[in-house]
Design a protein around this ligand. Structure first.
Ligand code: GUN
Length: 290
């Protein structure tokens, strides 16, 4: 039995961060200032706090300026919108990221809609998602862009390949489908209501799993030789030692016997997201500098 390749997203992300770092040095030399990324964190969700701290560290390591704004859960929507307006006009800030999810009393769409699309390094503003959908240059969501980079590195030209995206979120599924379409793949978006998901997935040369359900995509669903990108990060209880562990949306151990290549969890897509965020911040800084 042949075993598929495990795609080293951690190493790929480290190389991308180095490349961005070199680009940042060039930007500083040309403009006399550092690109700046502002991250807004509302509340104290532990996972979000970990992400935000890690983003801040890597931003500084890439040679950029990091601005962090922590606000309590109780912040009103108007106050949050005021902060974003301030950051929109702050010349030192090239990228604005509002960590999601936001507390229930705040309208996420209104907050994302308030970000200057030129500083929307998450690519969540409708101006950017509309540009992506219509094939115009845009700031593109970090996780799906990272997935495309890994796929092109592994497969080269994606044109004509059958791609199935499992999951239809605005953050991953929909932009992922748009990016695969832009690479001339034949794209299917499957989701929790899809009938006979196994046979839909079995058609695919490329499977992107982004449903948020632990090991939902089974190994035997995968067409022999397909490439699998696992976006899932699910914490599950490990019955053997009573501790918890992180697994993806794909049953990786089973899938390895079928795939050409697969991203592991952790160490696959996860590290790419922050590396692409740094890249998007540099792109936004260049665009603003003219
Ligand atoms: N929460 C989980 N993923 C993301 C992301 O990519 N961007 C933001 N802003 N929040 C998130």
């Amino acid at each position: 039995m042949t075993i598929g390749k495990i795609i080293d997203g951690k190493a790929f992300a480290a190389t991308l961060r180095d490349t961005v770092g070199e680009g940042v040095a060039g930007f500083v030399e040309a403009t006399g200032r550092k690109p700046g990324l502002a991250v807004v964190l509302v509340g104290e969700d532990p996972a979000s706090s970990v992400y935000v701290r890690s983003k801040g560290k890597m931003t500084v390591a890439a040679g950029m300026e990091s601005f962090e704004f922590k606000r309590p859960d109780s912040i009103g929507e108007e106050d949050l919108l005021d902060l974003i307006e301030e950051l929109n006009h702050d010349e030192r800030v090239d990228g604005i990221l509002v960590q999601l999810p936001l507390p229930g009393h705040i309208d996420e769409a209104a907050v994302i809609g308030a970000i200057d699309p030129a500083k929307d390094v998450d690519g969540f503003h409708v101006v950017n998602s509309g540009k992506l959908a219509t094939g115009q240059e845009a700031l593109v969501p970090c996780t799906p862009l990272g997935c495309i980079m890994l796929l092109k590195d592994e497969l080269g030209d994606l044109s004509g390949l059958e791609a199935v995206v499992v999951g239809r979120s605005n953050i991953v599924g929909k932009p992922m489908a748009a990016l695969l379409l832009a690479e001339s793949c034949t794209v299917t978006i499957a989701h929790s209501r899809t009938r006979d998901l196994a046979s839909v997935v079995h058609r695919a040369d490329i499977v992107v799993a982004a449903v948020g359900r632990a090991e939902m995509v089974k190994g035997e669903w995968i067409k022999p030789g397909a490439t699998v990108i696992d976006v899932g990060i699910n914490r599950v209880a490990d019955t053997e030692d009573g501790k918890s562990r992180i697994v993806g949306d794909v049953a990786t151990a089973e899938a390895l016997a079928h795939v050409r290549a697969i991203t592991p969890v952790p160490g696959g897509v996860g590290p790419m997201t922050i590396a692409v965020l740094l890249r998007n911040t540099l792109v936004a800084a260049h665009a603003r500098a003219g």
